[in-house]
Design a protein around this ligand. Structure first.
Ligand SMILES: Nc1nc2c(c(=O)[nH]1)N[C@H]1C(S)=C(S)[C@@H](COP(=O)(O)OP(=O)(O)OC[C@H]3O[C@@H](n4cnc5c(=O)[nH]c(N)nc54)[C@H](O)[C@@H]3O)O[C@H]1N2
Ligand SMILES: Nc1nc2c(c(=O)[nH]1)N[C@H]1C(S)=C(S)[C@@H](COP(=O)(O)OP(=O)(O)OC[C@H]3O[C@@H](n4cnc5c(=O)[nH]c(N)nc54)[C@H](O)[C@@H]3O)O[C@H]1N2
Ligand code: SF4
Ligand SMILES: [Mo]
Length: 721
């Protein structure tokens, strides 16, 4: 069908068919790890349109704003085209394009030499937020002999995993294993799924339509807070106190599950005695939540059965008291008898970062050498509990060890999507990267961090590679390569496999390739990639046993005491508080009143916006237009007190640094609280935070509770921008 001007209207309308030469290919969005299934409309090897794949249980036809902007992500002008070798000074930006073989040979030669000179532990293998390559990277690191496999999870879900392992012996998994679809009451503790995992937001709405109750906990008047029956608007960093306050009400009113507590828990008496001090009055004083609201929420959660606690991967642990906060919060599951019960929090073991309950050999695949045969990991001295519970190094200790050389020198990093802006005080990590002898970054884009590398390798996106993904309900997909790769970019996993061929030629399994390794990992579940290839849109993995409820009845809890531990045996062994003791954040109006005189506002950083994800999507024009300037949220009362008008440019300062941003004057934040996202180009909130502002148990940064001040921008620099 041609238009007046001779154009094919069916092509213009992007209608698939043989006549138009447009095909729909089944792939994934991996701009975030939710990994929505995507129908990629492809013509002549190029992506011309995306839609959410209809009829699947992951996202059923939907895409969020980021996924919908995929074309500008894939074909971004910043995409790396070829391997690059630094020819100027580090960070100067002068590069020579080199071939893949030359790049990989150079990397292997350099790493081999460093291994001989300084030991394999002097080389760190690092993965940023992307997860697809992690098992392969860890296997490479350990086979090479380095204990130093580190990831972005040093700031993310590993902290909640630690808390879960200490208390229950299980990491608890995504959203704490909450059975949103079956529950009658959702206690949504500081997560905003509508922004951070949009398809799950829809499931919350479905639950509300079904008549489920919703209690939201969080300092922001977010979408879940707006929809909630009760919103507990707490001061950032006080989750632990609020949870103990709820425990107080539940125990005093006899609403706890006595049978479970008596048979299956350790330390209940101490916990009960500790909870006594968190009366509603005391808890109100600490958290800022009115006492009646605390009592009402505790009663509603404890008396509605089943009730599911939905937790975040990060908000409760991004505090200097994070792990204990998260322990106090998740202890409520056991206290109320909702642990591993239908419609409560069901513990389903993970594989490939998803709670699927599938049998697998992921650990054996990754960890080819026992820890005892390797040097201590980065951060092991400082964060021993981390090292007991998380099979990685703690990357927050990297800058210190690179710059200080103790306990041994770190000389090289091979990074996959390493973003130094993830660290508090990113300038400090930047300095560390500059000090390395050798730095390789594998990236989609020429990022600020990649600019500091010696060799940059171009990775491709999900659209350009095969990828395996599995959703919690065991809908599995092995995607086809939907489009031609941009430039010479290659899949991360293939890059690792090619490095392994050079660095660890003894690894015969890895040499067999991506699909063979996946089949090895999932052999116990009988996964066949060929079968997945016959189902390009994905398929349910039927015929595998479901994960039972109340597993503890058969085996006890996988903790030292075989019980749920209100008092943690492991923490006590390390001389730490065995109870989930509440301590103020290292900086707070209570713990540092002298600091609060000059920096009276509480700063929480990193609450997600729908269009941005960490360092990734600022460069995508359709998304940047939705939020073109860096902002902070400030309550009208605090803005008025400082003579700040809505959208005026202001200065936000901590003792460490000041940044220029626009003031979003809004009731979204409570009086006394300021909220900012991190990573914004030119105004990165992480620059406001000290490098050692870390939780002593997990090493996670206290991104979400520190002190700041906001002032109108001095007139000299003022005016519009
Ligand atoms: N202040 C503050 N800081 C925070 C947080 C906060 O809440 N507040 N949140 C923390 C949390 S929870 C997290 S998870 C971290 C995020 O951790 P980061 O690792 O900083 O996350 P990203 O910037 O999304 O991803 C890192 C890089 O990976 C690249 N990349 C994307 N896809 C691929 C791929 O397929 N292959 C390769 N090789 N590279 C790819 C991207 O281009 C990007 O530069 O930030 C933490 N930092
Ligand atoms: N669009 C988008 N989606 C993302 C990401 C992204 O960057 N952008 N990042 C991904 C990653 S790595 C992660 S870990 C998840 C996280 O995603 P979520 O778990 O949803 O976390 P946030 O959006 O940071 O915060 C959610 C809520 O936590 C509460 N909150 C904020 N600060 C604090 C605090 O200091 N204490 C307490 N108790 N509550 C607080 C607020 O009420 C806020 O609405 O999102 C993932 N999805
Ligand atoms: S939620 Fe958005 S960014 Fe995440 S995978 Fe789905 S479409 Fe992509
Ligand atoms: Mo995260």
């Amino acid at each position: 069908m041609l238009s007046r001007h001779g154009r094919d209207l069916r092509v213009d309308a992007k209608i698939p068919g043989e006549d138009t030469g447009i095909a729909i290919r089944k792939t994934l969005c991996s701009i975030c790890e939710y990994k929505c299934l995507v129908d990629a409309y492809v013509k002549d090897g190029r992506l011309i349109k995306v839609e959410g794949s209809p009829g699947n249980p992951v996202n059923d036809g939907t895409l969020c704003s980021k996924g919908a902007a995929s074309r500008q992500w894939v074909y971004n002008p910043d995409r790396l085209q070829t391997p690059l070798l630094r020819i100027g000074e580090r960070g100067e930006g002068r590069w020579a394009p080199i071939s893949w073989d030359e790049a990989l040979d150079r990397i292997a030669a350099r790493l081999g030499a460093l291994k001989i000179e300084s030991g394999p532990e002097s080389v760190v293998f690092f993965a940023g937020y992307p997860k697809v390559m992690r098992p392969f990277l860890k296997r490479l690191a350990h086979t090479f002999g380095s204990p130093n496999y580190c990831t972005e999870s040093s700031t993310c879900f590993a902290g909640t995993t630690i808390a879960g392992l200490l208390t229950y012996g299980y990491g608890l998994g995504q959203q704490g294993g909450a059975e949103i679809d079956q529950t009658r009451c959702i206690l949504n503790w500081s997560t905003n799924l509508f922004y951070s995992q949009a398809p799950l937001g829809n499931r919350i709405l479905d639950a509300l339509d079904r008549g489920a109750k919703l209690i939201d906990v969080g300092p922001l008047r977010s979408l879940p807070a707006e929809r909630a029956d009760i919103h507990l608007r707490l001061r950032p960093g006080t989750c632990g106190a609020l949870a103990m306050g709820m425990a107080h009400v539940i125990i005093e009113e006899g609403l706890h599950d006595r049978a479970f507590v008596e048979a299956w828990t350790q330390g209940f008496e101490q916990y009960r005695d500790y909870a006594r001090q968190f009366t509603p009055d005391v808890t109100e004083r600490i958290t800022g939540v009115p006492r009646e609201t605390i009592v009402a929420a505790a009663r509603l959660y404890a008396t509605t059965k089943p009730a599911a606690l939905v937790t975040s991967a990060c908000t409760t642990i991004h505090h200097t008291n994070g792990v204990q906060n998260h322990r106090a919060v998740t202890a409520l599951i056991g206290l109320t008898g909702n642990f591993d019960r239908p419609g409560g929090n069901h513990i389903v073991p993970s594989s490939y970062y998803r709670p699927t309950g599938l049998a697998h050999r992921e650990h054996a695949f990754e960890q080819t050498r026992p820890w005892a045969e390797m040097a201590p990991r980065v951060g092991q001295d400082r964060f021993p509990v981390w090292c007991r519970t998380v099979p990685q190094g703690q990357a927050m200790a990297l800058p210190e060890q690179i710059l200080g050389g103790a306990p041994y020198p770190i000389r090289a990093i091979v990074g996959f999507g390493l973003n130094h802006r993830m660290w508090p005080a990113p300038d400090h990590m930047r300095e560390a990267l500059r000090a390395l002898d050798f730095f390789v970054d594998v990236e989609l884009f020429m990022t600020e961090s990649a600019k500091l590398a010696d060799i940059v390798l171009p990775a491709c996106s999900t659209f350009e590679r095969n990828e395996f993904s599995i959703s919690p309900n065991r809908y599995a997909i092995w995607t086809e390569q939907a489009i031609a790769p941009v430039g010479q970019s290659r899949p991360d996993v293939d890059i690792i496999i090619d490095l392994a061929k050079r660095l660890t030629p003894e690894d015969e399994l890895m040499a067999q390739g991506h699909a063979a390794c996946l089949e090895w990992i999932f052999a116990p579940a009988g996964l066949s990639i060929a079968e997945l290839e016959n189902h390009p849109g994905g398929m349910f993995l039927a015929g595998r046993p479901e994960t039972p409820y109340e597993k503890y009845r058969k085996t006890g809890f996988p903790t030292p005491s075989k019980k749920m531990e209100f008092t943690s045996t492991v923490l006590a062994e390390h001389g730490l508080d065995a109870l989930p003791v509440y301590r103020e954040p290292m900086q707070s109006p209570v713990s540092t009143p002298e600091l609060a005189r000059d920096f009276p506002l509480i700063l929480t950083t990193g609450s997600r916006l729908p269009m941005y994800i960490h360092g990734r999507t600022f460069r995508v024009p359709w998304l940047r237009r939705l939020h073109p300037d860096p902002t902070l949220d400030i309550n009208p009362a605090d803005a008025d007190a400082r003579g700040i008008a809505h959208l005026q440019w202001v200065e936000i300062a901590t003792p460490r640094r000041a940044l220029q941003v626009r003031a979003n004057v809004t009731e979204y934040v409570a009086p006394g609280v300021v909220n900012m996202i991190h990573g914004y180009p030119g105004a990165d909130a992480n620059e406001l935070i000290d490098p050692d502002y870390l939780d002593p148990v997990s090493g996670h940064p206290g991104y979400r509770s520190l002190m700041c001040e906001v002032r109108p921008r001095p007139a000299a620099n003022g005016g519009s921008r």
